[in-house]
Write a protein that binds this ligand. Structure first.
Ligand code: AMP
Length: 249
């Protein structure tokens, strides 16, 4: 079974996100960019499927600028066999990414496509669902457990107030949630080996995909700054402050 894993390069989860002064976009100048954390979980899960003998090849895919090659090399350093970059400097909205991934799925014919449940930069939570719809494939979103056997995937999903376990026929699209696994670190020898693994570069034009944006961002704003906390003397003081200063009781 071939597994295709989509990985996005995003502002590192530990970096404080800054909005450009004109409110048009997130400022990524001189900011550390890393693999979307949910995508690290997808790569790890694909590797576990391979180690368990359920998958034979893991192909990682990213859509974006040339520097996404670094993200793909990181994925290969944790075990992925090869990589494909759909290279473009243009803005990519979720529908465009889903169409690009669909074109690659048509070419690569994987039996399982894994994506993160959401990218932590746009928080769209759309690409996996759109891809499944474009392919006409079953989807299992927010996976916290995945097993594959006899042409079917059994997926435990994180839903409001609990867990739901579903079975989908392969080929299928699975999106991963936080509690699915803990991704491994790349070792130095594997980082060196990853430099030699195959990385193909294609363009949206070569895939025949129209990536024109359908949405325009009107404005981005940072959350309002929180006021500093204060220390209260005792419970009576706390109640008085909640009543007279914060006006919440
Ligand atoms: P989103 O719907 O934008 O929140 O993204 C959900 C998932 O789609 C991510 O976790 C990635 O697996 C995948 N994805 C989104 N954008 C890209 C991209 N530019 N390249 C590769 N995968 C992507």
């Amino acid at each position: 079974m071939k597994v295709l894993v989509a990985v996005k390069r995003v502002v590192d989860a530990n970096v404080r996100v800054r909005v450009k002064a004109d409110g048009s976009a997130v400022d990524i100048a001189n900011v550390k960019l890393s693999m979307n954390p949910f995508d690290e979980i997808s790569v790890e899960e694909a590797m576990r499927l391979k180690e368990a003998g359920a998958a034979s090849e893991v192909v990682v895919v990213s859509c974006g600028v040339q520097a996404c090659q670094e993200t793909l090399r990181t994925a290969m350093a944790t075990g992925a066999d090869r990589a494909i970059l759909v290279q473009t400097d243009a803005e990519l909205q979720p529908l465009a990414v889903a169409k690009l991934l669909k074109a690659l799925v048509d070419k690569e014919q994987p039996q399982l496509v894994m994506l993160g449940k959401q990218a932590i930069d746009d928080d769209a939570n759309q690409v996996g669902q759109m891809l499944a719809a474009l392919l006409g494939w079953p989807q299992a979103t927010f996976a916290s457990k995945v097993s594959v056997e006899a042409g079917k995937a059994t997926v435990t999903r994180e839903i409001d107030g609990g867990l739901e376990t579903i079975e989908v026929d392969l080929p299928a699209v699975v999106t991963t949630d936080l509690r699915l696994n803990t991704p491994r670190y790349a070792t130095l020898p594997n980082i060196m080996k990853a430099k030699k693994k195959p990385l193909d570069v294609v363009t949206p034009d070569a895939l025949g995909v129209d990536i024109a944006p359908r949405l325009s961002t009107l404005k981005l704003a940072e959350p309002t700054k929180r006021a500093a906390g204060i220390r209260v003397a005792d419970a009576a003081d706390l109640v008085a402050k909640l009543k007279n200063v914060a006006h919440v009781i």
